[in-house]
Design a binder for this molecule. Sequence first.
Ligand code: FUL
Length: 511
Amino acid sequence: MAVSRRVFLASASALAATAGPAAPARAVPEDPHHRIPVSPDDTAEDLLRKASRVRPTARQIAWQRLERTAFLHFGVNTFTGLEWGTGDEDPDVFQPAGLDTDQWARALRDGGFELAILTVKHHDGFVLHPSRYTRHTVASSSWRDGRGDVLRAFADSMRRHGIKVGVYISPADENQYLHGVYANGSARTDRTIPTLVPGDDRTPPRFHTLPATDYGAHMLNQLYEVLTEYGPVDEVWFDGAQGHIPPDKVEKYDWDSWYALVRELAPDAVVAVTGPDVRWVGNEGGLAREDEWSVVPVRERDHGRTDYALPYDAPDMGSRDALVAARPVADFLQWWPAECDVSIRDGWFYHPDQRPKSVEQLTDLYFRSVGRNSVLLLNVPPDTDGLLPAADVARLREFRERIDRELPEDLARGARTSRTPGGVTVDLGGEREVDRVRLAEDIRYGQQVESFVVEAYRDGRWTEAARAGVIGASRILLLPEALRARRWRVRVTGARGGVRIAEFGLYRSRV
Ligand code: FUL
């Protein structure tokens, strides 16, 4: 696998987790370096100094190393053909007769994926496990006589195949709207989680008291089920959508309470997208910016929600200019690395008339996400049989094989390496042809590099091979043509603070 092949010059060992007690709910307890307060009075130099001091949490470091992660959109929409359901579907439409989550896991493993996120609940409110808190679930379908549990099968299969488990739990819930729970205008009051129901035989080690609306409590109870009954979870993915409810209705999400419960029950999980740990890159095409910063200016909104200080799709999220542009509105500079979500097909859910993207398209997406300091989140939707379609399975394997050929053996592995304050030089011991360069900063010390050049020693002098901006956790450069040289170096030409290069890999592609 590409991840294990990567050579780190300084290994990024795990830091201690920083989870805190869940109750009472409050803004997410974090390492003080995860985000640093800023004010409109800060000078440009103050902002730069603070940006240089921001650090990732242990769970973010682990997440940024995953490289390739997968999304599985699966639910009633798979059977109705919709992308957004209505909440009043007949649960009996859900009939994945041939469900085989081991087939999903094998295909994802073969595609080089390290984590997979299942839509446990999409905006329609249909839940893929037999929840105690709604009847819009697999248990109301005649599939497997109402005893089916897709979340259980998914989580077990992924772990059996060494893939980490993530859950998508839509905050928007059309079904709960129809039942008068979602957006019902109820007050935010203290709730006891889990809320036991008649016949409930759970004996929780402790109950959590968290402020929430009626619907907020419903979400908390669902989170409690998912995070206590299905083993360890490594990513909780919250969308920000409100669903198709009348414009005068709104559910003000209890983000602080939801985050506090996740931290308590799944301390290693990153909370993604509408969450403090992982930032949506700003498009659903899987494309990161050329210079993608993990340290970005943010605002804190609505019960602790991390929000962009600049527009979510601003072309520049974190340069010196961006820090200054955000100054009037920013509350913090935060470690908020980008995740690039995109579907292998046009839709998020399976539609028989759609086809998977080509290997060339997927490879291009890889270089524009993983190659640009981001994590790729590729959606591969299961079909109405409950299987990943054969064409997609084949495409995933071809994709992984192609990346293996794009970045085969690292020629710099084991090479003589010398370090200077401004860079790293490697001596390959003999002339080698190189056309791909992979770099990483040791992000335990933040993201510092603003510009750098890669040079090859040719004809008695250092010659520029490539020039770029940020590095971060992962930067891959494609050289316009293969160059032959014995000595190679990376020279940092602009930085915010002390730079530690963790990886300087040199490759000759075989494509
Ligand atoms: C969006 C949702 O509305 C889509 O249906 C999909 O789940 C995507 C990943 O996030 O905001």
